[in-house]
Design a protein around this ligand. Structure first.
Ligand code: HEM
Length: 504
């Protein structure tokens, strides 16, 4: 054998290093390509095209027409699974009939899926990797300390929301256009940080910048790293500028926290609640990655839907203002834990917004920890990514003719109708935006508190409406709302929608 290798390499004697390196790199590329092309399970793919060797066209189709591809897959394959090529690899999409199968399967894991898909094992990506830490520092912290809101937490939200909104919305009696997308991220970040990191850091612009941008930088770094074959990633991660940005941000966060002598200044923040063995910087960045983009996206769309309703002359905004006023009066001007369940109209509005824009087109994202047999009998290998199509949340079979129309009254009459008993924090087979089963989002109670407080403060203090042109454009579509913007599986609130406010 050694002789054969010696003979084979003999011809390369003069250019041995370059030749050997080229062959090795080629072999790595080929094996990666073959694995990708043929090693995946034998399930039909909805976006594979003849001659699209680099998968460029497949990825483009995914980014631009994710929703249509899912609808096409559901129509073509009915109750059977199908595959889709995404910018982050491949997924198997299961129909809604598989929700319970996924929910209860012990070999399908969510934390491993997040870490694998978003490169959690690489330097700079620790904020994502923390979700898959066997010590469960982040998950247990959220579960134990943030899944029931206390009076001090709610008053922190309330005070922080008033401070941010006074500053951003101003006191003008005339309607003026605001940059709602930017203000919404800032508001979410400030009120969340007040609980995660305390009031001092929440107001530090450098801290705000790091925590607000770490997640989007992570996504970019993830895309850049994924463009390389897996065996080369441990090397290229040190050279890609997108990955360096994330490492630099972690270093910057450490510096800021050291200056603030974290953990000693304030009580009742994630610093004081977290396990002393945890790395406080990584826990903070993980909280930011899990909480900020998701919550801000829901708040963003919720206000757009209410601004549309106000422009449309619907009575729901008046009702919300009265509801918030009555709730505050009953609790002596404070928001208490007992106040939140009384905000029934607000609850219905947010639940309806989330039904139509639940953040992503698929949910129950899982990684197969071992080879598993799908409900249709097909065996898929360890490492397969699986998701459930979330289209049931807006399909006509479940919701009737007006399935795509924003109508919060579907959820109203709490306790008296079947839908009325489903609260924002509950999950069901027809509305599972927070996931289901053992991995259900533990941050959903925080979301419930943050959104009700933020929207209550906004509607209490300001009149809000859509710019005339945006209202008229949305009205033409007949869905009673501003449409979200697609980006792969992501459903993004339209950052260009014009919102106007004036002091009440
Ligand atoms: C509107 C905002 C949010 C949405 C739509 C959302 C959605 C989700 C979803 C779909 C999952 C996976 C559930 C599953 O696959 O069954 C999840 C998990 C998780 N979420 Fe959220 N989330 C939101 C806000 C938050 C917040 C504010 C926090 C933290 C304070 C948080 C922390 C977590 C954690 C730690 C997990 C992992 C749970 C586990 O693996 O056991 N989320 N979230």
């Amino acid at each position: 054998m050694n002789r054969i290798i010696t003979i084979l390499l003999a011809g390369f004697e003069t250019s041995l290093p370059i030749g050997t390196i080229s062959i090795a790199v080629l072999a790595i590329f080929l094996s990666y390509f073959v694995w990708h092309q043929y090693g995946c399970p034998r399930i039909s793919c909805i976006n594979s095209y003849a001659g699209d060797w680099s998968r460029k066209r497949a990825r483009q189709a995914f980014l631009e027409r994710g929703q249509q591809l899912l609808a096409e897959g559901a129509k073509r394959y009915g109750d059977e699974p199908f595959r889709i090529i995404t910018t982050l690899g491949e997924r198997i999409i299961l129909p809604k009939s598989c929700i319970h199968w996924v929910e209860g399967h012990s070999d399908l894991d969510h934390q491993a899926q997040v870490a694998e898909e978003f490169m959690g094992a690489y330097p700079g990506f620790e904020g994502i990797g923390a979700f898959n830490d066997p010590n469960r520092f982040v998950i247990d912290l959220v579960k134990k300390k943030m899944s029931s809101l206390t009076a001090p937490m709610l008053s922190t939200f309330y005070e922080e929301a008033i401070a941010v909104l006074d500053e951003e919305f101003g006191d003008s009696n005339e309607f003026r256009r605001i940059d709602w997308a930017v203000i919404c991220s800032r508001l979410t970040s400030r009120i969340s940080a007040a609980i995660f990191a305390g009031g001092i850091l929440a107001k530090d612009p450098r801290w705000q910048n790091v925590t607000q941008t770490y997640t989007s930088n992570l996504f970019q770094a993830c895309r850049a790293l994924r463009a390389w074959p897996a065996p080369l990633r441990p090397i290229v991660v040190w050279y890609l500028k997108e990955c360096k940005v994330c490492r630099d941000q972690i270093a910057e966060a450490r510096k800021i926290l050291a200056e603030h002598q974290f953990g000693t200044a304030e009580r009742d923040t994630a610093f004081t609640w977290m396990d002393p063995r945890a790395d406080p910087v990584i826990v903070q960045l993980a909280l930011a990655a899990g909480a900020l983009h998701t919550t801000s996206q829901l708040l963003n769309q919720a206000l757009l839907d209410l601004a549309y309703a106000a422009s449309d002359g619907q009575s729901v905004v008046d009702q919300l203002q009265k509801e918030f006023g009555t709730c505050l009066e009953a609790s002596g001007g404070k928001i208490l834990p007992s106040t939140l369940p009384k905000m029934n109209i607000m609850e219905a509005c947010i639940k309806e917004t989330q039904r139509l824009k639940p953040q992503t087109l698929t949910n129950l994202d899982r990684l197969a920890l071992k080879a598993v047999v799908l409900p249709n009998g097909v065996r898929v290998p360890k490492g397969t990514m699986i998701s459930v199509n979330q289209a049931t949340m807006w399909d006509a079979d479940t919701w009737g003719e007006d399935a795509l129309v924003w109508d919060p009254m579907r959820w109203f009459e709490p306790g008296t109708t079947e839908l009325g008993r489903e609260r924002l924090v509950n999950s069901s087979d027809r509305h599972f935006a927070f996931g289901k089963g053992r991995f259900i989002c533990p941050g959903r109670l925080l979301v419930n508190g943050e959104l009700k407080v933020a929207l209550g403060v906004i509607l209490d203090g300001w009149e809000v409406r859509l710019c005339k042109e945006d209202y008229e454009e949305a009205k033409k579509k007949g869905r009673g709302r501003v449409d979200w913007v697609p980006f792969g599986f992501e459903m993004l609130a339209d950052g260009r929608a014009g919102v106007e406010v004036r002091r009440r």
